[in-house]
Ligand binder design. Structure first.
Ligand code: HEC
Length: 195
């Protein structure tokens, strides 16, 4: 009985190992994955710094009333500028969108689900690097809600004032990106490297 158990366990382990090795992204070597994971992290961090730096500047100048229209006008052009600087395509996306121009692809929605599942299992989230359908290297990393995001993405009447909510609604009538708590998964960075 013991032997049988052991054999069973070993064959499960072998199957698992085979499964991992033969998964569809095997065409990227471990070295490449690490390299593009590091590059992706650097670009995501720099883009975050750029966006949040400018956002904080606006908040100081004119409060949330000024910062929201700023995001409305500047978030996408700033992301585009960063894309050009790094010769990649940078996108911020979510399963609960504020701006519908940031809509997720099917694969991006799957990646969001993968990160969400890992979070419910208390696993650490790390970036995913894989080849996309055009054989381009593609980097995905989680975007987590921090305390200072809550003035615009938290719960109405708790961290989002009624006034802020009405400014958001006037610019984004279909806004879904509200009601978050600190530590929630807000969305992902999705970065495509050009071949
Ligand atoms: C001053 C208000 C404000 C603050 C603070 C803020 N956001 Fe946003 N956020 C916005 C607006 C407005 C948009 C829509 C931008 C656009 O039109 O492209 C947005 C869009 C996003 C998007 C793109 C996806 C989508 O739904 O369109 C992500 C991701 C995001 N915010 C994450 C964050 C995170 C994380 C923080 C905190 C580090 C944060 N935001 C802080 C107002 C804010």
């Amino acid at each position: 009985m013991k032997l049988l158990n052991k054999m069973l366990r070993n064959s499960i382990i072998i199957l698992l190992v085979l499964g991992v090795v033969s998964c569809k992204n095997s065409s990227l070597s471990k070295k490449e994955k690490l390299e593009y994971s590091n590059k992706g992290k650097e670009i995501a961090q720099a883009s975050f710094k750029e966006l949040s730096g400018k956002l904080m500047e606006q908040m100081q100048l004119g409060g949330i009333e000024k910062a929201i229209p700023f995001c409305n006008i500047e978030a996408l052009p700033l992301t585009k500028e960063m894309s050009e600087k790094y010769n990649v395509e940078i996108k911020r996306t979510s399963n609960k969108l504020r701006n519908s121009r940031n809509r997720a692809t099917d694969r991006e929605l799957e990646v969001i689900q993968i990160f969400e599942k890992l979070m419910t299992e208390n696993e650490r989230l790390s970036p995913i690097v894989e080849l996309n359908n055009n054989s381009q290297k593609h980097f995905y990393a989680p975007i987590i809600i921090k305390a200072n995001c809550l003035v615009c993405h938290g719960k109405v009447k708790e961290t989002v004032t009624i006034k802020t909510d009405s400014i958001i609604k006037s610019l984004y009538p279909n806004d879904e990106a509200i009601g978050y708590n600190e530590g929630d998964l807000r969305g992902i960075w999705s970065i495509t490297f050009k071949n």
